[in-house]
Design a protein around this ligand. Structure first.
Ligand code: ADP
Length: 477
């Protein structure tokens, strides 16, 4: 466990080097095994196969006219001695491209004996003669002791005319000790060169990979310390530059949130202070001057207290919504009816012209309380921001299995460059103007969170000077 931990701490440079070294070692071991350890047996196996396939080629073409030429070609290209004889040892073809061939000097009698042995062994005969080979058997006695290991292969073939012939081949296995030694020295050199190269490559790669990471790490630490204006390096390999880009995006978003947070503190403290000052002021006046104890003044105190309550509720709502601690309690309800009920509460605002255009009632499956809050917030905003004609128009439209609720006002509208920001928390288009009268900048953010939770689409179309249309959609039942 400790070793594992320790390994994790090893820097990228040494890790890459270790991987390269292991990789090199595996390749070199493979090379070593194949070139040094097995080379001899590979070579022998190849030679053996070669002599057997040559014999097969000749026997297949034993009746062909070009046999002589073929025997010559095979003999020359493979450095073999090839003879074709019959049962009595008489030679039909002979091609000798092998110095000191053991079969080239065989007597007719010996060839006849080889034929007999081959026949006795079922038609083929294979013999490997060692380097220190001494003649003891009858046919071997007549052979010259060779300098190298020899292999002899014989195969009996029946010709078309019924006569049997024997193809006898001889090739040598030259000693490869010196080759193996050369390879060994070469491998040692290659090992050293590869190790140095892998170290250099590891250094180079790790520098290329780790330098941007180290920079990003340093910048991330600064970000952690609250310096939101840091910029992350976007160079290096694709993944690293992507990380840099993502972190730059995160830093930008964080700095936005930070700016909004600062705005909020400024706004909220102002928004809290104004009603509190009013409540305190009016209460004092009413306490000190009995004549001021009028229902209008009491109403002002009540209004200001209500505004405070709204503010605090909004802040609580948005934190609950965004922390995800408030799950949706979906149920089937009549959305049209629900909107009608909400609008009835505005009936006291007689100087506003609030209208609702709905076709048939629609049923939806949603959290009624939260959807009501969406409608409230949109209608409240429309009332707050509508123009002098005080028109607020709510429309219900059913299309493609969805219901679209639009809230239209005739106010100043929203500048195009701000239209995407209004859904952000604490965002207010006009920060100075109307601050005391208007809400916290949380209303639309609450709308956005609720509709996102429902998976409903929403948006706004606005034209500066002629008003805005806020809308949202829900699936109908
Ligand atoms: P607020 O409580 O300030 O109304 P919202 O989140 O509801 O906060 O709205 C954010 C901002 O979007 C508002 O400050 C206002 O500038 C702008 N806005 C919202 N609704 C309208 C509207 N119907 N017409 C014009 N501007 C609007």
């Amino acid at each position: 466990m400790k070793l594992k931990e320790h390994f994790k701490r090893i820097g990228i440079k040494w890790r890459i080097f270790a991987y390269f070294a292991v990789f090199t070692a595996i390749i070199l071991i493979l090379l070593w095994v194949f070139q040094v350890v097995f080379l001899n047996s590979f070579y022998k196996a190849i030679k053996t196969r070669e002599i057997k396939t040559s014999a097969q080629t000749i026997t297949k073409n034993i009746d062909s006219d070009g046999l002589s030429e073929m025997v010559q070609n095979i003999s020359q290209s493979n450095q073999m001695c090839i003879t074709v004889t019959d049962q009595s040892g008489m030679t039909y073809y002979k091609e000798d491209s092998l110095p000191n061939s053991v079969i080239s000097r065989l007597s007719v009698f010996s060839l006849a004996q080889v034929y007999a042995v081959t026949k006795a062994q079922g038609g083929t005969y294979f013999e490997k003669l060692p380097r220190d080979f001494t003649t003891d058997s009858v046919q071997r006695r007549s052979l010259q002791p060779p300098h190298m290991e020899s292999i002899i292969y014989a195969q009996i073939v029946v010709k078309k005319d019924g006569a049997s012939q024997m193809v006898l081949l001889n090739s040598t296995i030259s000693p490869i000790d010196s080759t193996v030694n050369t390879l060994r020295v070469q491998l040692v050199c290659i090992t050293i060169v590869m190790l140095v190269l892998s170290l250099l490559l590891a250094l180079f790669l790790s520098k290329k990979i780790s330098t941007p990471i180290i920079k990003i790490n340093a910048a991330a630490k600064m970000l952690g310390n609250g310096k939101y204006n840091v910029s992350f390096d976007e160079t290096g390999y694709k993944e690293i530059s992507e990380l840099g880009r993502t972190l730059n995006y995160a830093a930008k978003e964080l700095s936005k949130t930070e700016a909004l947070r600062r705005d909020l503190i400024a706004n909220i403290s102002h928004d809290l202070r104004t009603p509190l000052t009013m409540i305190a002021g009016y209460s004092e006046v009413m306490r000190d001057l009995p004549g001021e104890n009028t229902p209008e003044n009491v109403q002002i105190i009540i209004d200001e207290a209500t505004r405070l309550t709204t503010l605090v509720n909004d802040v609580l709502d948005i934190s609950k919504l965004q922390s995800g601690t408030q799950p949706l309690s979906r149920e089937d309800f009549n959305l049209t009816e629900s909107i009608r009920t909400i609008l009835q509460r505005y009936s006291k605002l007689t100087d506003y012209n609030i209208s609702f255009h709905a076709g048939e009632d629609v049923m939806v499956n949603a959290d009624e309380l939260k959807i009501s809050q969406v409608v409230y917030n949109l209608v409240n905003n429309a009332i707050t921001y509508t123009g002098k004609d005080k028109i607020v128009e709510i429309t219900q439209l059913v299309r493609d299995g969805r219901v679209k609720i639009s809230v239209r006002d005739t106010g100043e509208g929203i500048p195009q460059d701000k239209i995407n920001d209004i859904w952000d928390r604490y965002y207010k288009v006009d920060k100075e103007h109307k601050r005391a009268q208007i809400g916290t900048g949380l209303g639309l953010s609450i709308v956005k969170s609720i509709l996102n939770m429902h998976g409903g689409a929403y948006g706004v179309q606005s034209q500066e000077g002629s008003g805005s249309v806020f809308w949202f959609e829900l699936d109908i039942l």
